[in-house]
Design a protein around this ligand. Structure first.
Ligand code: DX5
Ligand code: ZN
Length: 224
């Protein structure tokens, strides 16, 4: 089953608990949490205390996306704060194998993320290790950017490789996704679809989530 992951980056931080409760009512099971450090990406967001506060108000799976230059140092802190799964950028990890194993040993699922300019082939040696791969469909740093269609080919390549090697990693996509293009992402092979502005920027975020869930179900039914 395809999951829709609301990205809280586009929620109202002054009413985060309420926005999360709305997402629970819409029936999601996972939340996407963007951590940016102002170095790896040109924006700053939130740190472990916010994750700790979110953990107290929800049982949803917390998917923490680290857009930071030193994920080895901070991944354990986010796991301690309540992250269930943590993804790190391939571009920030010279010892990616070690980093993914470290996250798993700390008790979380380990994901690896690739930017739009990073080829899928750079992950060849870790696909049996990673619990999930996140394909960025925008250049990371901001919500509300336009979807980059080349990322669909990367999802397809990962799905083919998974099929061929009987792999078990999940495929996630993040950036510029919403009701208009979710079907293509699901048909390409996405299991987890992140969406921020298309949900929280819509008139009725709950209805938008439900619509995306329905579109995902329909697209799964015709996935080849
Ligand atoms: C971008 C973040 C995304 C962002 C997506 O750097 O990683 O998770 O919240 O926002 P939308 O869905 O608005 O593109
Ligand atoms: Zn993200």
């Amino acid at each position: 089953m395809v999951e829709i992951l609301p990205s809280i980056l586009s929620a109202d931080f002054a009413r985060l608990g309420e926005d999360i409760a709305r997402m629970e009512r819409a029936g999601v099971s996972m939340l996407h949490v963007d951590v940016m450090d102002g170095h790896f990406v040109p924006n700053l967001t939130l740190g472990p205390p916010v994750v700790k506060s979110i953990r107290k108000v929800t049982k949803l799976t917390l998917d923490v996306h680290l857009m930071i230059t030193d994920p080895d140092r901070y991944a354990p802190v986010f796991i301690e704060a309540g992250a269930d799964q943590v993804s790190v950028h391939q571009e920030t990890c010279p010892h990616l194998d070690r980093t993914l194993r470290m996250i798993q040993s700390e008790g979380a699922l380990a994901g690896v993320v690739i930017n739009p300019s990073t080829p899928v082939a750079t992950l060849d040696e870790v696909l049996d290790l990673a619990d999930y791969v996140l394909v960025m469909s925008v250049n990371p740093g901001f919500g509300g950017q336009q979807f980059l269609p080349n990322s669909l080919r990367k999802v397809q390549a990962l799905a083919e490789r998974r099929e061929r090697n009987k792999g078990s990693f999940r495929i996630e996509m993040d950036g510029g996704l919403g009701p208009d293009n979710i079907a293509g992402a699901v048909r390409a092979g996405c299991d987890w679809v992140v969406a921020g502005s298309s949900i929280f920027g819509s008139e009725d975020p709950e209805t938008t989530v439900k619509r995306m869930q329905q579109l995902a179900r329909e697209a799964t039914a015709i996935r080849v």
